[in-house]
Design a protein around this ligand. Structure first.
Ligand SMILES: [Zn+2]
Length: 282
């Protein structure tokens, strides 16, 4: 089984103080990462997509323009998931699944580029954005134009998967910390857990390959958060769906990290130089 690959699909700028309570009141780069995983039978699976030209087009219009004024985005076509995968000889139609951690625009902006993919997301997350438009969408950092018209006919909900029957100590520990763990393909490889807090129905994914890697999306914005439980400032509560659940889930990730300190646990907005895996990205 190949090791996961990390990509950066553009970045935005945001106040450092929001992501770190000891941070400065200055704008810092906030990379939008996405990940490529390869399953021996199921093929390529993308974890989120980063930004895309669909996003850049959508934020030209009101009220979406407010989104790009609050968090100014830097993106070039060569940063898109589509372009970066093509450069590696992977065509859009080779992507069989796109796992959507949550529906914030920086995670779903490339969905329309993968026309053959099945989307995997949580029903809870989908219901939280379904039918939202204009300001009510924007309040959830959601841009409805980024959802392909045939989305519903191509979606597979995480909660409809079977629950994990853990066969190793690692997976036993994972289940006892996180509770319900969904085994997406029933083979102990793609294991998904609810990390609600930052967004309703945000799900993380433990890729239980040769070198297990836990993708935690925006449950934390950097590794310090789960390593030292250094929580973002109260300012960040303004953009959190549920600050209490946020803390509960950071606690769980911290417990898991304490048991498995060598494990790659990757937040979606950590800087690439802060990911430790040797040869893990290039
Ligand atoms: Zn988010």
């Amino acid at each position: 089984m190949d090791r996961p690959l990390i990509f950066q699909g553009g970045y935005c700028r945001q106040l450092e103080r929001i992501s770190n309570k000891n941070g400065a009141f200055k704008m810092i780069k906030f990379p939008a990462l996405f990940f490529l995983l390869n399953h021996p039978e199921k093929g390529y699976i993308l974890f989120d997509t980063g930004y895309s030209h669909h996003f850049m087009d959508a934020v030209k219009k009101f009220p979406n323009i407010i989104y790009s004024l609050l968090t100014p985005v830097s993106f070039k076509e060569e940063n898109s998931a589509l372009s970066q995968l093509e450069k590696r000889g992977i065509r859009a139609e080779d992507i069989r699944y796109v796992f959507i951690s949550h529906f914030h625009a920086d995670h779903i902006a490339g969905l329309s580029d993968f026309k053959k993919a099945t989307f995997i997301c949580s029903k809870k997350a989908y219901e939280s954005i379904q039918g939202k438009k204009g300001f009510s969408a924007l309040r959830q950092a959601f841009i409805p134009e980024l959802i392909p018209a045939d989305f519903y006919s191509r979606v597979q909900f995480i909660e409809d998967s079977q629950l994990l029957n853990p066969k190793t100590n690692l997976l036993n520990d994972f289940c006892s910390i996180f509770g319900d763990v969904y085994d997406l393909f029933g083979d102990n490889v793609f294991l998904s857990v609810d990390l609600t807090g930052h967004a309703s129905g945000q799900y993380g994914l433990l890729f239980n390959g040769e070198k297990p890697t836990f993708f935690i999306a925006d449950a934390c914005w950097n590794k310090d958060c789960y390593r030292r439980k250094s929580f973002p400032s109260r300012l960040a509560h303004l953009i959190m769906n549920d600050p209490e659940m946020y803390k509960t889930n950071v606690d769980k990730i911290h417990q898991f990290y304490t048991l498995y300190p060598e494990m790659e646990i990757i937040p979606s907005h950590c800087s690439l130089s802060h990911t430790d895996g040797e040869g893990f990205h290039d």
